[in-house]
Design a protein around this ligand. Structure first.
Ligand code: ADP
Ligand code: ADP
Length: 239
């Protein structure tokens, strides 16, 4: 079953030097429960592509189909419903984490915003459950994000993304700021979550070894265009 499909998707930015073709006619399909890796050098349009899927940019042309429904022209109100099933995680969540909130409160914030829990007990239990799911030990409950290493901060980011039980997560360079040993731990967490919950990912990175490790299929971008689109095994077995 296809969860996400884009057809001839485009995003042009108006700049002082004219139109910048950030995403210039990209096509792909992502099967439910799989990961599509998007790789390419800095500036080739990866982030813009990821943001288009969540309507964080307005597309210039083409189609976005989510779970069989054409959402290309959805307005903000319609997107609010769809977005409950979509989340995004970033390189370093630090910027979006309130420095006055501890780990427990940061994990709880989206639960409160979305009114996920009926009672205080339910809320406390859910926070503990999410901390456990993303591998944040209880002893960090009262810590602040700046006291933790990048790997644990990213676990907070992932925990916050899980509040609404999403189906689809846009992962934008989620391990690029981490030490290599910690990268593997976070990638393993993402893959375990995929297996347990049937999550579907777009995984954006400039790092070929990372994308090879985590992706079922890969799109290689260059100057806004898709120059390669293949199953990971086929791409790397090509002589
Ligand atoms: P990547 O994620 O592959 O590094 P981006 O998607 O961030 O690439 O950027 C693609 C191109 O679009 C770059 O040339 C970038 O400068 C440009 N760009 C990105 N966002 C904007 C914007 N909001 N306005 C104008 N240009 C943008
Ligand atoms: P749009 O509404 O066209 O989808 P946004 O509102 O997301 O675009 O654009 C964000 C802002 O970032 C714009 O005002 C844009 O001018 C600015 N910007 C300009 N150049 C860049 C760049 N290279 N990377 C990121 N943002 C940029």
């Amino acid at each position: 079953k296809i969860l996400v499909e884009v057809q001839d998707l485009k995003k042009y930015f108006k700049t002082t030097k004219g139109m910048l073709h950030a995403v210039d006619g990209v096509n792909f399909q992502i099967k439910k429960g799989t990961t599509l890796g998007v790789v390419g050098e800095s500036g080739c349009g990866k982030s813009t592509l990821g943001r288009l899927l969540l309507h964080l940019h307005e597309s210039t042309g083409g189609k976005i189909i989510y779970d069989g429904v054409d959402i290309t022209n959805y307005d903000e109100k319609q997107m609010r419903e769809v977005r409950k099933k979509m989340q995004m995680i970033f390189q370093d969540p630090q910027a979006s984490l309130d420095p006055r909130k501890n780990v427990k409160e940061l994990i709880g914030e989206p639960l409160k915003n979305y009114k996920v829990c009926g009672t205080k007990e339910e809320y406390e239990k859910k926070v503990e459950e999410i901390m456990d799911t993303v591998g944040l030990a209880k002893r960090y409950a009262e810590s602040y994000s700046h006291e933790l290493d990048g790997g644990r901060r990213q676990r907070i980011g992932i925990g916050r993304a899980l509040a609404m039980n999403p189906e689809f997560i846009v992962c934008d360079e989620p391990v690029s700021a981490l030490d290599v040993s910690i990268q593997a731990q976070v990638l393993n967490l993402l893959m375990d979550l995929q297996d347990e919950k049937g999550l579907t990912y777009i995984f954006i990175t400039h790092d070929l070894s990372v994308v090879k490790h985590i992706s079922h299929e890969i799109v290689v971008m260059y100057l806004g265009q898709c120059v390669e689109y293949a199953k990971t095994a086929d791409l790397f077995n090509n002589p």
